[in-house]
Design a binder for this molecule. Structure first.
Ligand SMILES: [Fe+2]
Length: 330
């Protein structure tokens, strides 16, 4: 077992309980995906591996403080005492003073820099890596899933056919996104084109952007075909739906947000039943439910749910994930 595996396991055992009650999309799985992406970027651009591992695993401690307390946003800088205490308790590595300072910096500035700070800290490569990894998890199939869950929970509009997506929406930060679909395409465009630090991160973003554009185009086409005129009414019985295209996939995630069902819980079996058409209530996550539905889409010659899941699993398990293996299980 290498040192980083020992370190990762040790730190995960310390932070898992802190994120158990998270319902903001910043759960332990987001932390793990951020770590995977950060390790991938670090391999290409360099930087201190130990700082990247610890900084990634602790970057959202401020979210756990927010969840423990009033739900009010806690600034990353206000989590530094808690992060320091965790650093003090690490046994698997001996951190140097410099590493410690860098980790605290990564946590404090993982959401980005102000212009003033940029001048001061622009040479901290590990912080830039964690910023990119954290942002990449906001886009693609997982980013859309996370946002639809949020949209269901906070009752935003899923799509507004009276507001076509324009280039101005993509470029103008001052314009509020009128729907979830506007948001996901806007966020993807913004992150890929303006917020990433490294070329390798932009390459990851490019494939996620391609899938997001595909999803949104199919969504709008399907919406028009189904002649859905206004905001969807969230059908309590999702199990009766027959077409598992983008509109119902978005609805399923939103419904998961309303009833607090996990987006995905990393259980490869996906449900308590194997190879059966499980109901939304029986599924242990929204993705487990979609996985079950995707098998039946083969009969209808509709591959969209499968394409969505392949992209989702690839993003969840890492860049090098063998999607063919997962495909065969669908
Ligand atoms: Fe994060």
């Amino acid at each position: 077992m290498n040192d980083n595996k020992l370190l990762t396991d040790e730190l995960k055992s310390k932070i898992v309980p802190m994120f158990e009650s998270d319902n903001t999309g910043h759960d332990i799985y987001h932390i793990e995906r951020t770590l995977n992406l950060a390790n991938y970027i670090q391999k290409h651009v360099g930087g201190d591996k130990v700082v990247v591992v610890i900084g990634s695993l602790l970057h959202d401690v401020h979210r756990s403080i927010q969840n423990e307390q009033t739900g009010k946003f806690c600034e990353p800088k206000n989590s530094l005492d808690k992060v320091s205490n965790i650093l003090d308790s690490i046994e698997s590595v001996n951190l140097t003073k410099e590493q410690r300072a860098k980790i605290l910096h990564c946590v404090e500035f993982h959401e980005g820099y102000t212009d003033e700070e940029k001048e001061k800290y622009s040479d901290i490569i590990e912080a830039k890596i964690i910023q990119d990894a954290d942002k990449l998890d906001e886009i693609g199939a997982i980013g859309m899933g996370r946002h639809f869950v949020y949209g269901g929970k906070y009752k935003s509009k899923m799509w507004d056919p009276d507001c076509p997506i324009t280039k101005r929406d993509l470029l103008d930060e001052s314009v509020d996104d009128p729907s979830d679909i506007h948001y996901v395409i806007h966020k993807c465009y913004e992150i890929k084109n303006t917020l990433l630090n490294f070329q390798i991160s932009k390459e990851v973003a490019q494939s996620r952007e391609k899938f997001t554009i595909y999803f949104v185009n199919q969504f709008i086409e399907e919406w028009e075909k189904l002649n859905l005129i206004q905001e969807e009414t969230l059908d309590k019985d999702l199990n009766k739906e027959v077409l598992w295209g983008p509109v119902n996939i978005a609805k399923a995630f939103r419904h998961g947000g309303i009833v607090c069902k996990p987006m995905y819980n990393d259980d490869i079996k996906c449900s308590n039943k194997d190879n059966e058409d499980i109901s939304f209530e029986e599924a242990n996550s929204t993705v487990a439910f979609l996985d079950s539905k995707a098998k039946f889409e083969v009969i209808n010659d509709n591959k969209f749910a499968q394409e969505f899941l392949v992209q989702f699993y690839k993003e969840w398990y890492g860049i090098d994930y063998d999607s063919d293996r997962r495909l065969k299980q669908i």
